[in-house]
Design a binder for this molecule. Structure first.
Ligand SMILES: NC(=O)c1ccc[n+]([C@@H]2O[C@H](COP(=O)([O-])OP(=O)(O)OC[C@H]3O[C@@H](n4cnc5c(N)ncnc54)[C@H](O)[C@@H]3O)[C@@H](O)[C@H]2O)c1
Length: 98
Protein backbone atom coordinates (compact mmCIF):
# COMPACT_ATOMS: atom_id res chain seq x y z
CA UNK A 1 0.00 0.00 0.00
CA UNK A 2 1.14 3.57 -0.70
CA UNK A 3 2.62 5.43 2.30
CA UNK A 4 2.55 9.14 2.98
CA UNK A 5 0.05 11.89 3.66
CA UNK A 6 -2.35 10.95 0.92
CA UNK A 7 -6.04 11.53 1.53
CA UNK A 8 -8.63 8.90 0.74
CA UNK A 9 -12.41 9.25 0.60
CA UNK A 10 -14.29 6.41 2.26
CA UNK A 11 -18.00 6.52 1.48
CA UNK A 12 -19.99 4.66 4.13
CA UNK A 13 -17.07 5.12 6.52
CA UNK A 14 -19.40 5.21 9.53
CA UNK A 15 -20.66 1.72 8.73
CA UNK A 16 -19.33 -1.68 9.75
CA UNK A 17 -16.88 -2.42 6.95
CA UNK A 18 -16.19 1.26 6.27
CA UNK A 19 -15.08 2.07 9.80
CA UNK A 20 -12.65 -0.88 9.85
CA UNK A 21 -11.35 0.27 6.48
CA UNK A 22 -10.76 3.74 7.93
CA UNK A 23 -8.79 2.21 10.83
CA UNK A 24 -6.60 0.30 8.38
CA UNK A 25 -5.98 3.39 6.24
CA UNK A 26 -4.94 5.39 9.33
CA UNK A 27 -2.52 2.62 10.34
CA UNK A 28 -1.05 2.81 6.83
CA UNK A 29 -0.45 6.56 7.20
CA UNK A 30 -3.34 7.91 5.15
CA UNK A 31 -5.66 10.77 6.02
CA UNK A 32 -9.32 10.00 5.49
CA UNK A 33 -12.46 11.86 4.52
CA UNK A 34 -15.66 10.00 5.38
CA UNK A 35 -18.87 10.74 3.52
CA UNK A 36 -21.83 9.07 5.19
CA UNK A 37 -25.47 10.01 5.67
CA UNK A 38 -25.67 7.98 8.93
CA UNK A 39 -28.69 6.04 7.68
CA UNK A 40 -27.34 2.82 9.20
CA UNK A 41 -23.87 3.92 10.29
CA UNK A 42 -23.08 5.84 13.48
CA UNK A 43 -20.63 8.51 14.58
CA UNK A 44 -19.44 6.13 17.33
CA UNK A 45 -18.00 3.80 14.66
CA UNK A 46 -15.67 6.51 13.38
CA UNK A 47 -12.13 6.35 14.80
CA UNK A 48 -11.27 9.48 16.82
CA UNK A 49 -8.31 11.01 15.00
CA UNK A 50 -7.18 14.37 13.72
CA UNK A 51 -6.48 12.54 10.45
CA UNK A 52 -10.18 11.82 9.92
CA UNK A 53 -12.67 14.35 8.58
CA UNK A 54 -16.34 13.39 8.72
CA UNK A 55 -18.86 14.88 6.33
CA UNK A 56 -22.51 14.05 6.89
CA UNK A 57 -23.96 13.84 3.42
CA UNK A 58 -25.34 11.65 0.70
CA UNK A 59 -23.38 10.03 -2.12
CA UNK A 60 -26.22 11.07 -4.44
CA UNK A 61 -25.32 14.73 -3.84
CA UNK A 62 -23.30 15.23 -7.01
CA UNK A 63 -21.95 18.68 -6.17
CA UNK A 64 -20.78 17.55 -2.73
CA UNK A 65 -19.06 14.47 -4.14
CA UNK A 66 -17.36 16.56 -6.85
CA UNK A 67 -16.05 18.99 -4.20
CA UNK A 68 -14.64 16.18 -2.07
CA UNK A 69 -13.12 14.44 -5.10
CA UNK A 70 -10.94 17.49 -5.77
CA UNK A 71 -9.23 16.98 -2.38
CA UNK A 72 -8.55 13.24 -2.42
CA UNK A 73 -6.19 10.84 -4.17
CA UNK A 74 -8.47 7.82 -4.07
CA UNK A 75 -11.91 6.52 -3.15
CA UNK A 76 -13.11 3.40 -1.36
CA UNK A 77 -16.83 3.17 -1.97
CA UNK A 78 -18.73 1.30 0.75
CA UNK A 79 -21.89 3.40 1.17
CA UNK A 80 -24.76 1.16 0.30
CA UNK A 81 -28.16 -0.23 1.11
CA UNK A 82 -27.28 -3.56 2.70
CA UNK A 83 -30.77 -4.79 3.58
CA UNK A 84 -32.37 -6.80 0.75
CA UNK A 85 -35.89 -5.78 1.87
CA UNK A 86 -34.97 -2.11 1.80
CA UNK A 87 -33.31 -2.48 -1.59
CA UNK A 88 -36.42 -4.18 -3.02
CA UNK A 89 -38.60 -1.41 -1.58
CA UNK A 90 -36.58 1.33 -3.32
CA UNK A 91 -36.34 -0.67 -6.54
CA UNK A 92 -40.14 -0.98 -6.67
CA UNK A 93 -40.42 2.78 -6.20
CA UNK A 94 -38.20 3.29 -9.25
CA UNK A 95 -40.07 0.79 -11.42
CA UNK A 96 -43.61 1.66 -10.23
CA UNK A 97 -43.32 5.22 -8.98
CA UNK A 98 -47.10 5.90 -8.90
N1 LIG B 1 -20.91 -6.65 6.78
C1 LIG B 1 -20.36 -7.68 6.17
O1 LIG B 1 -20.15 -8.76 6.75
C2 LIG B 1 -19.95 -7.58 4.73
C3 LIG B 1 -19.24 -8.63 4.15
C4 LIG B 1 -18.85 -8.52 2.81
C5 LIG B 1 -19.17 -7.40 2.08
N2 LIG B 1 -19.87 -6.39 2.67
C6 LIG B 1 -20.18 -5.23 1.83
O2 LIG B 1 -19.57 -4.06 2.38
C7 LIG B 1 -20.41 -2.94 2.09
C8 LIG B 1 -20.74 -2.18 3.39
O3 LIG B 1 -21.48 -3.04 4.23
P1 LIG B 1 -21.60 -2.80 5.78
O4 LIG B 1 -21.89 -4.10 6.43
O5 LIG B 1 -20.44 -2.00 6.27
O6 LIG B 1 -22.95 -1.92 5.84
P2 LIG B 1 -23.32 -0.71 6.79
O7 LIG B 1 -24.79 -0.50 6.68
O8 LIG B 1 -22.73 -0.92 8.15
O9 LIG B 1 -22.55 0.48 6.08
C9 LIG B 1 -23.05 1.20 4.99
C10 LIG B 1 -22.83 2.66 5.29
O10 LIG B 1 -23.26 3.40 4.17
C11 LIG B 1 -23.97 4.54 4.64
N3 LIG B 1 -24.87 4.96 3.56
C12 LIG B 1 -25.91 4.28 3.02
N4 LIG B 1 -26.47 4.96 2.02
C13 LIG B 1 -25.75 6.10 1.90
C14 LIG B 1 -25.83 7.22 1.04
N5 LIG B 1 -26.78 7.30 0.07
N6 LIG B 1 -24.95 8.23 1.18
C15 LIG B 1 -23.98 8.18 2.14
N7 LIG B 1 -23.86 7.13 3.00
C16 LIG B 1 -24.73 6.12 2.88
C17 LIG B 1 -24.69 4.06 5.89
O11 LIG B 1 -25.07 5.11 6.77
C18 LIG B 1 -23.61 3.17 6.51
O12 LIG B 1 -22.75 3.87 7.37
C19 LIG B 1 -21.65 -3.48 1.38
O13 LIG B 1 -21.46 -3.36 -0.02
C20 LIG B 1 -21.67 -4.94 1.79
O14 LIG B 1 -22.34 -5.75 0.83
C21 LIG B 1 -20.26 -6.45 3.96
Amino acid sequence: MLKGRKMILVTGGAGFIGSHTVELLLKEGFEVVILDNLRTGTIDNIPKSTKVKFIKGDIRDEELVKRIMREVEGVIHLATIVSVDEFNYYQKLLIFPY
